[in-house]
Ligand binder design. Structure first.
Ligand SMILES: [Zn+2]
Length: 190
């Protein structure tokens, strides 16, 4: 099942998401599959639960499109439950990021290259991994979502000012997008 993706401006994208208990979500694998389906349909490489309106600490990542540059990403498809980034290290590097909740906006974002992260997978197996490069960047972006942050928060005041109107337009639904979205400030149909 594909969910509509929540657009910029919805308060759910600004809430710090809450941890999940295993018995609370017996169908977590189904939800994870639906999130991958929703993400692939929108040609994304990551999707966080708040982006489908669920304020819970869950996100999915598939970094395989980047395996030409980083061959070790060939099978990097993972779900992250109750993730905690323990450490971020290295010299910050820039990359032009986008977000399925903010269509048509791409900006250079600077992040540290290596993270240490603790999380559970969809089988409730615990992991503590050190991850670098593009996979780390995607995880940092998705992790920000479960903390109620967006990549646009990291821009300079000037860049923020330059995209302000487009962000407002997105929240009203004034953007062309070929996947289903939910716009917080859309005018109701007459
Ligand atoms: Zn995003």
């Amino acid at each position: 099942m594909k969910y509509p993706i929540i657009a910029y401006g919805d308060p759910v994208l600004r809430k710090k998401a809450t941890a999940i208990e295993p018995d609370e979500y017996p169908h977590i694998k189904e939800l994870v599959n639906d999130m991958f389906e929703t993400m692939y349909n929108a040609r994304g490489v990551g999707l966080a639960a708040p982006q489908i309106g669920l304020s819970m600490r869950l996100f999915v990542v598939d970094a395989t499109p980047f395996d030409d540059e980083e061959p070790e990403l060939a099978n990097f498809k993972k779900a992250f439950i109750n993730a905690q980034i323990i450490d971020e290290t290295g010299e910050e590097w820039g990359f032009n990021e986008g977000c399925l909740s903010i269509p048509d906006v791409r900006e250079d974002v600077y992040r540290k290259p290596t993270i240490k992260i603790s999380y559970y997978d969809e089988n409730w197996k615990h992991h503590e991994d050190t991850i670098s490069g593009m996979a780390a960047r995607i995880i940092q972006h998705e992790y920000d979502h479960i903390e109620g942050k967006l990549f646009t928060d990291k821009l300079s005041p000037l860049r923020k000012r330059l995209i302000e109107k487009r962000l407002g337009d997105i929240s009203k639904g004034a953007v062309k997008v070929d996947y289903r979205m939910k716009f917080p400030n859309a005018k109701k149909g007459r």
